[in-house]
Design a binder for this molecule. Structure first.
Ligand code: ADP
Length: 428
């Protein structure tokens, strides 16, 4: 290529192909064959092999070998992969090294044999290294006597540097992905293990409160009440964390979608949160179409979403009312909304709160426990049921969270749906 009429352009185009491969590769297994192939086609070398040092018994692994790709017969000159470990010992981590048959200055006595057996006259090694730590090398071999002119030396050095940086990046990304996988697995395991003791604590507190385990002195009633509320909050946190770890792994699911009458569900959940609303002197209001058509849903998940929206409305409203709306929107959807006249959410925060772990810093959030996972999970659940969740809010005025749920039709009702392809583990 260096004798070509426009060597500069040819070099530039070669470098840009190498740069593209180095910048876009996600795996070493795809990067190195692409680089070797570009070098083999563009440079006047008969053989290109790329090997990386391994922490395993086999010290060098070959990632690219153009003699296989180019169907090159061994007698035309090729580096035998079994010689790579020895050749790797001749690599200088700082710069390109050249071994030639007629060069008597070999540190390793086996090198002349390797050169002779390979049928190559010259082998140059380009180090692949990061912060002086040698990862491996690109070996280029020529069947004929060959020197490396200065501009080619620069070119090969730059290729080595680009490949080195790309490999360091890929390894770092793999480490980060592995750490993320371990974190998720740990998170899922710990949450799962927490669920049993938390359930048992609230069960025993309930038993004591009921008097079935014997009389509890009057002065302990209030303490038991606090214990019950705290264990319920803890249980809610654990359940959210479990749902979230399923969502991360793509296993969050809704059961079989069936026609669901929202009205009794609304009244049940409103009844459950009423004590919290009363405690904060908030009125619960209803604006419900009595002829509401059934929606396609998993009733347990609808209850979960509504509980989340109502608990939030109660948490973030200081005085006034919370209204539950349920009306037919059009031929396809019913809109179920929870409206409050609470603290409201700024447009900038509206964009964030459906994300995981997103809690707005305010005095309410300092007072109430929460993970910032509720809305992320609720929105995903509504989507899994074929609906959408939206928010209208004005800071200082109030918020309305709406779920548009599909009206049940025979066709639309089907199997339980998972956030992945449905092959995930069953929920418990
Ligand atoms: P959590 O309530 O556990 O913090 P959510 O995901 O349910 O988590 O809510 C995320 C954040 O959105 C809350 O921390 C709060 O800052 C904000 N938010 C949710 N609902 C309301 C609401 N009705 N009014 C004002 N802010 C709200």
């Amino acid at each position: 290529m260096f004798q070509a009429p426009e060597p500069h352009l040819t070099e530039l185009s070669f470098m840009s192909r190498i740069a593209r491969a180095a910048n876009t590769a996600l795996q070493i297994e795809t990067l190195l064959p692409a680089v070797a192939s570009e070098m083999y086609q563009a440079l006047a070398w008969d053989h290109v092999v790329i090997g990386l040092l391994q922490p395993t018994e086999e010290p060098v692994k070959v990632f690219a070998d153009t003699s296989i790709q180019g169907n090159r017969p061994p007698e035309e000159g090729r580096i035998d992969p079994s010689d790579l470990s020895l050749l790797m010992e001749t690599v200088n981590p700082q710069q390109i090294s050249v071994l030639a048959v007629n060069d008597p200055d070999f540190d390793l006595p086996q090198v002349p044999d390797i050169l002779r057996d390979s049928g190559l006259h010259t082998i140059a090694s380009i180090p692949i290294q990061h912060r002086s730590h040698l990862f491996g090398a690109i070996f280029v071999g020529s069947a004929f006597p060959r020197t490396i002119p200065l501009n080619e030396h620069h070119l090969l050095t730059t290729v080595g540097e680009m490949v080195s940086v790309a490999i360091a990046r890929i390894l770092q990304e793999e480490d980060a992905r592995q750490a993320e996988r371990l974190k998720s697995a740990f998170f899922a395991k710990v949450t799962h293990e927490m669920r049993t003791p938390v359930t048992s604590i609230s069960g025993y507190v309930r038993l004591l409160q009921s008097g079935r385990a014997g009389d509890v002195p009057e002065y302990l009633h209030e303490h038991l009440n606090y214990m019950f509320h705290s264990s319920k909050t803890l249980r809610q946190l654990v359940d959210d964390m479990l749902d979230f770890s399923r969502m991360e792994a793509g296993y969050l699911s809704v059961d079989h979608l069936t026609p669901v009458d929202l009205i009794p569900i609304i009244h049940t959940i409103a009844g459950m949160v009423r004590p919290q609303a009363d405690e904060r002197r908030l009125t619960l209001q209803f604006n419900i179409d009595p002829h509401l058509p059934p929606v396609q849903a998993d009733p347990r998940r609808i209850e979960q979403v509504l509980t989340n929206l109502l608990s939030n409305a109660i948490k973030y409203t200081d005085d006034g009312a919370i209204t539950i709306h349920a009306n037919q929107l059009d031929d396809t959807y019913v809109r179920l909304s929870v409206q409050d006249n609470g603290i409201g959410i700024t447009p900038e925060h509206q964009a964030l709160i459906f994300g995981e772990y997103q809690r707005i810093r305010n005095r309410h959030n300092l007072r109430f426990a929460g993970t910032g996972l509720g809305l992320a999970i609720s929105r995903k659940l509504v989507e899994l049921m074929g609906g959408t969740m939206s928010l209208q809010s004005e800071f200082g005025v109030g918020s309305t969270f709406s779920c548009d749920l599909r009206i049940a039709t025979e066709l639309a009702l089907g199997q339980g749906i998972t956030s992945d392809n449905g092959t995930g583990p069953p929920e418990n």
